[in-house]
Design a binder for this molecule. Structure first.
Ligand code: FAD
Length: 338
């Protein structure tokens, strides 16, 4: 276990925001985490658990303890005729795990290639891309109860997964720390390649395997999304909003070309990026921050911006979308106020 005082969080957030934490503690095992939770340091200070910091926006210095897992390991636990069950430590880099699965021909996560962050955050966020969500392959989630230090295992249904959402973001927010995730992967992979730009990219491969699906996803992402090490960002800044039938009908009459996704429950999801683009924000700069030129859903730190610069830009975008479409955009990114 390592404890640092007044530590810079610059290397710990992909937005590249230069703030400090009063303390940063990195632990290497579940046992260390349990010991840590008993220390006065955590009893006397507020704390926040982070992964790779790729979905966080620090608004100011963090006056408390930042916890970070270094629990590593990828372990095959069980193999059946059709499936393989793999336990992965919360500190493992997500894309390292995807690369491992693709190399072994374990299907299920290849569409989620190159998503930044660590395994511990994936059930919290229910990460998703190109028609696949991590909930489709999570078998169970091992956690430590912050209040008691006891271990608790959540089955997939208990995680209450929804679009970029889970019980860990809602009722149990801050109450459990994920230490490991078990994945159920397919030994005879079935490909999911009919989604948007992946359907086009995969045509380059006459008989695609999961290896080629990974290659195609990586190629699209590298073309479309800014590399955080070059341009600070946290991926999609807003969630795609969902509107009811009446609102949808009104919008469709006014904007017949509006893209949408029918959720088949009387509601419709509208791509937030399209709404932002229609308001003229795509590629626009405001001081040290900007809306990315190829993907309007991504806000970028052009260098030296602080959290408030990003929040101000996000507020202006939300206002434009509200006025033009009567839709309230909600940030996907976790806003961390000092
Ligand atoms: C360029 C770019 C592209 C992206 N593309 C996608 C995409 O295609 N799809 C997608 O879904 N996301 C995408 N994201 C968002 C991000 O990668 C995911 O949300 C990712 O899961 C965040 O992981 P992290 O380890 O960085 O978590 P962090 O950002 O550090 O934390 C996210 C949340 O998880 C909590 N948390 C972290 N670790 C633990 C733990 N061990 N126990 C309990 N809680 C924990 C934190 O408190 C916080 O609430 C993208 C981000 C970037 C920068």
């Amino acid at each position: 276990m390592k404890t640092y005082e007044n530590h810079s969080l610059l290397p710990y957030n992909t937005f590249g925001i230069d703030v400090d934490a009063s303390y940063l503690v990195e632990y290497d095992s579940e046992e260390e985490l349990v010991q840590l939770l008993q220390l006065d340091l955590l009893k006397e200070n507020k704390f926040l658990h982070i992964g790779g910091g790729s979905n966080l926006l620090f608004i100011g210095n963090y006056q408390g303890v930042i916890l970070h897992s270094h629990i590593m390991g990828i372990e095959v636990k069980n193999v059946t005729d059709s499936d393989v069950f793999v336990k992965v430590g919360s500190g493992v880099v997500w894309d390292d795990f995807v690369a491992y699965c693709v190399a072994k021909n374990y299907g299920g996560v290849e569409n989620l290639s190159l998503i930044p962050g660590e395994v511990g955050a994936t059930p919290v966020q229910n990460i998703g891309a190109y028609g696949v969500e991590v909930k489709d392959v999570i078998y169970k989630v091992e956690c430590i109860d912050v209040a008691t230090g006891e271990k608790r295992i959540f089955t997939n249904p208990e995680c209450k997964f929804a679009y970029r959402d889970s019980i860990f973001k809602r009722e149990l927010k801050g109450k459990y720390i994920v230490t490991a995730v078990w994945f159920k992967l397919n030994r005879s992979p079935r490909l999911h390649v009919n989604y948007g730009s992946l359907a086009e990219e995969i045509k380059k491969y006459p008989e695609p395997t999961i290896h080629e699906v990974r290659q195609a996803v990586v190629a699209i992402r590298q073309r479309k999304l800014p590399e955080p090490k070059v341009l600070g960002n946290a991926g999609s800044f807003f969630l795609n909003p969902v509107v009811d039938q009446n609102h949808f009908a009104k919008l469709q009459q006014q904007y017949p070309d509006m893209p949408f996704y029918d959720l088949h429950d009387g509601t419709f999801k509208i791509p937030a990026g399209w709404l932002i683009e229609q308001c003229g924000w795509k590629g626009k700069s405001v001081g040290k921050v900007a809306v990315h030129g190829s993907q309007a859903l991504v806000l970028i730190n052009k260098g030296g911006a602080n959290g408030l610069d990003i929040i101000n830009l996000s507020d202006s975008i939300r206002q434009s979308v509200r006025e033009k479409f009567e839709i309230e955009l909600t940030p996907e990114v976790n806003l961390i106020f000092g």
